[in-house]
Design a protein around this ligand. Structure first.
Ligand SMILES: [Zn+2]
Length: 218
């Protein structure tokens, strides 16, 4: 999958983005768009999680910033918001929570929930059905395109395909949950030494090290 404009930012960066009023409240520490999708529900362990996919506009923005759809398409899609958009955003949140259920099960050594695999499989089938093969303009190559480029479901389909890629293609031994006790951000460890522990060293890493140091000093 081609990732366009894939960006990273720390929680501090997100806080600055929020303060500046820019529509980028997302956590990009996942290292894969499907993990970044899971992390759109922020502060999971707090009991009052922060929902960053509340609206269809949020979903379009996420898909654009994650590189799953291109900017011109995102402008067109945003104009399609309405009751259908709300339903599509809800399906995206359900897709996300089913992926979270699978990651959490794997992380704690439980059996992967069948209901979540089936729900994700259903969205993946819809996404595949929405694609067509098209000839690339500048070469003889053939690429995937959307059969209905103005369908409001495109950002959801793009997320479903990213989830499929993660589940089928990724090295699952590298998918980790942040080591901080109060953080449930998932990421894929692409470091050379395979020792990444934190979603963000600046935030969780330093905070957890201070906590452990204080616990050891008591
Ligand atoms: Zn963390």
């Amino acid at each position: 999958m081609i990732i366009i404009g894939y960006a990273r930012s720390s929680r501090q960066g997100r806080a600055r983005s929020k303060m500046a009023g820019r529509a980028n409240p997302f956590d990009w520490s996942g290292g894969h768009p499907a993990l970044d999708l899971v992390n759109t529900l922020d502060e999971r362990p707090s009991g009052a999680p922060v929902e960053n996919l509340a609206t269809y506009g949020d979903l379009v923005r996420f898909a654009e910033l994650a590189g799953l759809i291109k900017a011109p398409a995102s402008g067109r899609l945003r104009s399609l918001d309405g009751p259908d958009g709300s339903r599509i955003a809800r399906r995206a949140r359900e897709l996300r929570e089913h992926l979270y259920a699978i990651l959490a099960a794997v992380h704690s050594g439980r059996t992967v929930p069948k209901v979540s695999l089936e729900a994700i499989g259903s969205e993946v089938r819809r996404a595949h059905a929405a694609r067509v093969l098209v000839a690339a303009a500048t070469s003889n190559a053939v690429r995937h395109g959307w059969s209905s480029p103005s369908s409001p479901e495109i950002p959801l389909h793009a997320c479903a395909l990213a989830v499929e890629t993660l589940l089928v293609m990724a090295d699952h031994s590298r998918i980790r949950k942040c080591g901080a006790s109060d953080c449930e951000v998932y990421f894929i460890d692409t470091s050379k030494a395979h020792r990444r522990q934190w979603c963000s060293m600046q935030n969780c890493g330093n905070r957890e090290k201070q906590r452990r140091w204080r616990a050891g000093a008591d």
